[in-house]
Design a binder for this molecule. Structure first.
Ligand SMILES: CC(C)(COP(=O)(O)OP(=O)(O)OC[C@H]1O[C@@H](n2cnc3c(N)ncnc32)[C@H](O)[C@@H]1OP(=O)(O)O)[C@@H](O)C(=O)NCCC(=O)NCCS
Length: 239
């Protein structure tokens, strides 16, 4: 398929079941870890699960963050999940960052990913490279058309205006989740990230640029949490 032929995912496609994003109890988390090797969850800071306290270095790191509360909640939650699935005290884990800013669960070889749209957050822990993104739905009037590829603009404009905001966010969140799974974020130009109709994700290198792994993305349907419509996208790399 050429770049210009890559139709992005639509709301008609199969979705990721948003029920899978409810904070899991310990036995559900362990079962999902055994069977899927990947756990994702939405956090609502107004109704957080029971979590371990923040570590002193996390509290220090939060001082520089635009949303200290969300930053700490995501770290406490990922250490809680890691502790459950690896059967270790959550206080034993340390969250570091790669040179490109990707979060890492030091010394485990596992992959983690974070996203925040206050008051919500989304976290993911996986055995393979993976990324997560949570976004609020926007009205069609607020779509930043200039950041889209020509083929993406054409496909979005073919939709009813009432559906365009959600369709844009589904596409954008899938791109962002894939960019995070690649560990680069938007150091990669968004127009180089292609999301196909079934959620398949592909990086289109510029001449001379190395290839990067393909991925598979899935997005939830729009769902209202605490009165806000959000969409969550997950990306898992294929290799
Ligand atoms: C990754 C990125 C797309 C996130 O966009 P956003 O809409 O602002 O924020 P989200 O809430 O969805 O995601 C934030 C999370 O992205 C993660 N992140 C940042 N850079 C990342 C990367 N290169 N790869 C994977 N994840 C990354 C962070 O863990 C952050 O969570 P935290 O605030 O709890 O640490 C954006 O930060 C980006 O493109 N960064 C490029 C990398 C960069 O600038 N690095 C600076 C050098 S260190």
């Amino acid at each position: 398929m050429t770049a210009s032929e890559s139709p992005h995912q639509t709301e008609d496609e199969p979705d990721f079941d948003a029920g899978l994003l409810i904070w899991p109890d310990a036995s559900t988390a362990r079962r999902r870890w055994r069977t899927e090797g990947c756990i994702a969850a939405i956090l609502d800071r107004n109704d957080p699960p029971d979590l371990p306290p923040a570590l002193p270095e996390e509290t220090g790191g939060a001082l520089d963050h635009a949303d200290p509360e969300g930053f700490l909640l995501r770290r406490r939650a990922i250490r809680a999940l890691a502790g459950t699935v690896l059967e270790k005290p959550p206080g034993e884990f340390r969250i570091t960052r790669s040179a490109t800013g990707a979060p890492c669960l030091a010394g485990t070889g596992l992959r983690i990913s974070f996203s925040g749209r206050p008051p919500h957050g989304a976290i993911l822990i996986a055995r393979i490279p993976a990324g997560i993104d949570i976004e609020n739905i926007i009205p069609a009037d607020d779509i930043p058309w200039n950041i889209l590829r020509e083929d993406e603009r054409r496909q979005l404009r073919a939709r009813l205006p009432a559906a365009q905001g959600e369709a844009f966010i589904r596409l954008w969140s899938a791109k962002e989740a894939y960019a995070k799974a690649l560990g680069q974020g938007f150091l990669l130009p968004p127009e180089s990230l292609l999301i196909g109709r079934n959620g398949e994700a592909r990086f289109l290198p510029a001449p001379g640029q190395p290839r990067l792994p393909d991925g598979r993305t899935r997005t939830t349907k729009a769902q209202s949490i605490g009165g806000k419509a959000v969409i969550v996208a997950l990306a898992l790399l294929s290799s």
